[in-house]
Design a protein around this ligand. Structure first.
Ligand SMILES: [Zn+2]
Length: 162
């Protein structure tokens, strides 16, 4: 049974490692846990296997419920994904479940094509940003590694107590 699991927090060293290609049975098991965890968190738009301590190349993305979702591909499960083309660039605000206290302005490609085990997908805008963020996790890259200026581009998340 897939289960919602705890998300590793920075600076857990597993978040900085390069994940290995996923074999089919393992990919299926990890993808199911990623989806269960994403659903459990509600507000989450994507998750990568290393965030669950699984050092294999599997990510899930689903921006369909997000106000910035725009054009999207619904629920994506990408096993061994590889960005094959990129176009354009834009800066946008990102956060990460593994770094819950911070957000940052990050430059990403505007449009991408991704090949993965069993298919190919094209994406743009907010969804493309999420896919790039999640694929970075597979190479041990966190969004803070991509900011132009730690001083000007990183922000403490506002907390609302009630
Ligand atoms: Zn993240």
């Amino acid at each position: 049974m897939p289960v919602a699991r705890d998300v590793l927090l920075y600076p857990d060293p597993r978040l900085k490692q390069v994940a290995a290609p996923a074999q089919p049975a393992e990919a299926e098991r990890v993808a199911a846990d990623l989806l269960a965890t994403m659903d459990d968190l509600g507000h989450c738009v994507g998750l990568a296997a290393p965030q669950l301590g699984e050092l294999v190349r599997v990510v899930v993305v689903d921006v369909s419920e997000h106000p910035k979702g725009g054009d999207h591909n619904g629920r994506l499960v990408l096993v061994n994904p590889r960005i094959v083309t990129t176009e354009g660039a834009e800066v946008g605000r990102e956060g990460c479940l593994s770094i819950p206290d911070l957000t940052a302005n990050v430059r990403r490609a505007s449009r991408i094509a991704v090949e993965y085990a069993g298919g190919k997908v094209e994406s743009e805008g907010f969804e493309a940003r999420c896919i790039q963020h999640e694929i970075d996790h597979l190479d041990g890259i966190l969004f803070l590694d991509r900011v132009a200026s730690i001083v000007d581009d990183v922000f403490r998340r506002k907390t609302y107590s009630g």
